[in-house]
Design a protein around this ligand. Structure first.
Ligand code: NAI
Length: 349
């Protein structure tokens, strides 16, 4: 089923509002989810609406949060998210970081005690839209085996980066530190498709191609990905005094409980280094250089990070966004949720 960006935004906003968030916050969630679907990151788009709706309806996300931004230094601060939807809190925290970096050259802003915030590209692109470099990392629930381990400890702990080029084009790199994000497993489940054997392990620690048998994910590049997810947990969890490692709450354990997750935004102002104009010029040049690299056999061209997503966004703008039929049926229905997620995960303790 194909829908326009506006239709999808409206459907998501309506459902999330019906589940219990204010229209303003429901609209903020829809912004981030539509951003993900429009960029082809369906693992973090409309597919997540029912989970959020269930968590909101059951009280595991604060529908009347009191946000507070605590400036802790000239370039540092903590945005207290009061266990609101992460999408809205992380966006507002990035607004604060942008103001700070415009003034002081750099900003490091923690987003403390929030729910899941979705695709981090949304937040780093806020920075890039303001002619700044954005970096964002966040915790997610423990579902990844550390290198050499047989049980999960870290989350899929994503890292995102965006830098502005010219003509509104950015380089945007945004990845889970696992071979695949958990959402990709959910997407495979929703389509009833097998997954590659390199993504995940079953309850015996054996590689599996059945998305329904997945018990833990694998880090990218063995010990290196494991090291990166450790770094993310230190920066977005331990640094903010939040639960860390396997003490981070599970997404599916108890949907009535707040999750107390952490996220960290780092924003750098190129004006305070080599200057904005030469920075944007060089980013545009590096994008072009990458596109000019001779492709390896089997590849049509080299893309710069984020280029394919940006091209998808343009195509979806023209032709509508592809949404799985079941998800569309749910979105247009009167059902708030089907009690499908609470205590349903193989990772639930
Ligand atoms: P992915 O594997 O789809 O893409 C990773 C990166 O590789 C992207 O920057 C993409 O632009 C780049 N890329 C992919 N193919 C490319 C190509 N041919 N040429 C050049 N660059 C290419 O991303 P992944 O790891 O599946 O993550 C998906 C989303 O999940 C992200 O938005 C991430 O923030 C989100 N996520 C959120 C979590 C949370 O708790 N909030 C947890 C984990 C992931």
């Amino acid at each position: 089923m194909r829908v326009s960006k506006e239709q999808l935004h409206n459907l998501i906003k309506t459902k999330i509002h019906k589940a219990g968030l204010t229209e303003e916050h429901a609209s903020g969630v829809a912004d981030v989810l539509v951003h993900a679907d429009a960029r082809g990151v369906h693992s973090h788009g409309a597919m997540r609406v029912e989970y959020y709706a269930e968590r909101i309806a059951k009280g595991g996300l604060n529908s009347k949060p009191e946000f507070k931004f605590e400036k802790t230094g000239p370039c540092t601060g903590i945005f207290h998210g009061d266990n609101a939807v992460g999408h809205v809190a992380a966006k507002l925290a990035m607004d604060e970081a942008i103001k700070m970096a415009k003034e002081n050259g750099i900003a490091v802003v923690g987003v403390s005690r929030i729910g899941h915030s979705g695709a981090l590209s949304y937040f780093v692109q806020q920075a890039a839209d303001a002619d700044l470099v954005g970096i964002s990392v966040c915790q997610s629930d423990p579902m990844v085996v550390p290198f050499g381990g047989a049980e999960p400890y870290y989350g899929t702990n994503p890292i995102a980066f965006a830098a502005p080029g010219k003509d509104g084009k950015h380089i945007t790199f945004d990845m889970a530190t696992t071979v695949q994000a958990w959402g990709k497993i959910l997407h495979a489940r929703s389509k009833n498709e097998p997954i590659p054997e390199t993504w995940a392990v079953d309850s015996n620690g054996e590689s599996t191609t059945d998305p329904f048998k997945v018990n833990a994910l694998l880090p990218i590049s063995g010990p290196k990905g494991y090291g990166l997810m450790m770094m993310v947990d230190v920066l977005s969890g331990i640094l903010l005094g939040l639960p860390f490692g396997n003490k981070v709450s599970s997404m599916y354990h108890d949907l009535t409980e707040y999750r107390n997750l952490g996220q960290l935004h780092i924003v750098i102002n190129p004006e305070f280094f080599a200057g904005l104009a030469p920075f944007k010029e060089a980013i545009a040049e590096t994008m072009q250089d990458l596109n000019n690299i001779k492709p390896a056999s089997g590849y049509s061209q080299v893309y710069y990070p984020g280029q394919r997503s940006a091209e998808r966004e343009e195509a979806y703008e023209r032709d509508g966004i592809e949404i799985v039929d079941d998800i569309y049926e749910y979105l247009i229905s009167d059902v708030i949720h089907n009690n499908a997620y609470d205590h349903k995960s193989p990772f639930a303790k």
